[in-house]
Design a protein around this ligand. Structure first.
Ligand SMILES: [Zn+2]
Length: 269
């Protein structure tokens, strides 16, 4: 078997750490090539501590935070699609898909990770990236060679595309004041989307990599409220996510797995 490669595609710096940092760290530690593609530099995000960044330099600061997170997780430096945070729904979709297809053909991963159609909590940037990654999964293998129609290309068939998924039993650990967890967007609380266990296709044991995951999270200093850090760390350690990360198989060209997978490269080793 050739070397194993994993490529994650997300919208904002810190999405990788929250949703699958332990999995990325695990496969990197086990010797796989782990790549991260991030669509934006998170320039629309919070600055929890005004000493860390200004609105003007936030893109540079968050790029450095993401580079720090990739180092903490032991994965390759991030690649950016160079779009603007909060504007992915008005990006030229063909251009974005073309960028992803070229990266897939260059890096040639067997497995990809992105958001599900839920966008975790309906974030429109996440949903846009889900659509681009799903379409690129198919087109990268197309011998018609979009988007490089006039030049010879080397199509690449990614074997599996996983969606990050939150299991329903995470809810009690994430709710505040007994209310279901949600994320404020444009003044409305968008609920976090969770799934019952029977819909989860892969559960990855990340216990040895929890410190790397937390280190990756802490790199995103502008996004972490200093006063909340210890509180959130305690909740995090209590949660099932401490030891496992969860995925739904969105696309696959392999035979259907017999049960819940414990390895994203199952069937490929
Ligand atoms: Zn995000």
């Amino acid at each position: 078997m050739s070397e194993l490669k994993l490529m994650a595609v997300f919208a904002h710096p810190d999405d990788e750490a929250f949703s699958c940092g332990g999995t990325l760290a695990r496969y990197a530690a086990e010797g796989s090539d782990v790549y991260l593609v991030t669509a934006t530099r998170g320039e629309n995000g919070d600055i929890r501590d005004p000493g860390l960044a200004t609105k003007a330099n936030l893109p540079q600061v968050r790029e450095q935070e993401l580079r720090c997170a990739c180092e903490a997780l032991g994965i390759h430096p991030p690649r950016f699609l160079d779009y603007l945070d909060g504007q992915l729904t008005i990006v030229n979709q063909g251009q974005a898909v073309g960028k992803l297809v070229r990266i897939i053909r260059e890096l040639r991963p067997q497995v990809m990770i992105t958001y599900g159609p839920d966008g975790i909590y309906g974030h429109y940037d996440h949903i846009a990236v889900h659509r681009w990654a799903t379409i690129a999964f198919g087109l990268a293998a197309d011998p018609a060679c979009f988007p490089d129609l006039s030049t010879p290309c080397q199509p690449h068939q990614v074997s599996k595309l996983y969606h990050v998924a939150m299991p329903r039993e995470m809810l009690p650990f994430m709710s505040r004041d007994g209310r279901p967890p949600s994320v404020m967007m444009d003044g409305a609380p968008f609920p976090m989307v969770t799934y019952p266990r029977e819909q989860i296709d892969a559960i990855i044991d990340i216990e040895p990599y929890v410190p790397a995951k937390i280190a990756g999270l802490m790199c995103h200093a502008t996004q972490v409220d200093a006063g909340e850090t210890s509180h959130e760390a305690a909740r995090f350690v209590e949660s099932p996510m401490t030891r496992h990360e969860f995925f739904i198989l969105g696309r696959s060209v392999l035979p259907e797995p017999a049960g819940v997978e414990k390895d994203l490269f199952a069937g490929l080793r």
